[in-house]
Ligand binder design. Structure first.
Ligand code: COA
Length: 161
């Protein structure tokens, strides 16, 4: 298992990871947004701020994907936009280790804070619990943001004072 930046050759496998034919963890509008960001990562337009890292298996096939980027108008804040582990590989530490790797890399670049926005229903609340376990704090909640009963949660992790 290895972590690296995604390459244009990974596009098809990453589309399958982000938008599996069955049991997608994301709503169609979220999938569209995630694929837009993937396109920017693989073929960066001028001024692009989106970046990604993937965990690949022994055959160099992607198992987990993280997309993040510097938050505009901040000096040292980063957004984590998407984090996905292949459904059949969840619960084995891949998402956690990919997230830790991204945090370490951003820390070496001087990042102060990482922000994550997620839905309270993402993965039946699993995404929220995952981030809390990873040391993120819930700092904001807008009730019924996405639809009734589906709140927007903002979580952050501070990497340095
Ligand atoms: C959230 C997600 C990325 C976690 O990836 P993963 O590879 O399964 O996570 P890990 O195995 O590294 O788990 C790390 C820790 O979080 C915990 N965790 C992971 N998913 C959890 C869940 N659904 N509920 C509670 N805890 C969870 C694990 O138990 C583990 O805890 P431990 O360190 O005490 O053992 C994965 O479930 C996923 O892809 N979900 C669908 C997409 C999504 O919701 N992404 C997040 C929003 S962008």
């Amino acid at each position: 298992m290895q972590t690296r930046s995604p390459l244009p050759n990974d596009r098809e496998a990453l589309v399958r990871l982000i938008a599996p034919e069955r049991d997608s963890p994301f709503r169609p509008e979220e999938v569209s947004c995630a694929l837009e960001l993937l396109a920017a990562v693989l073929d960066p337009p001028e001024g692009n701020t989106y970046e990604a890292r993937i965990v690949v298996d022994e055959g160099d096939q992607p198992l987990a994907y993280a997309c993040f980027g510097h938050t505009p108008m901040t000096d040292a804040t980063y957004d984590l936009y998407w984090l996905i582990t292949a459904a059949e590989r969840r619960g084995h530490g891949l998402g956690g280790s990919l997230l830790t790797g991204v945090e370490r890399e951003l820390a070496t670049r001087g990042a102060r804070t990482i922000r994550v926005e997620t839905s309270s229903l993402e993965g039946q609340g699993g995404a929220h619990r995952f981030y809390l376990k990873a040391g993120y704090q819930e700092v904001g909640r807008i009730r019924d943001f996405y639809r009734p009963g589906d709140d927007l949660l903002t979580l952050t992790k501070r990497l340095r004072p």
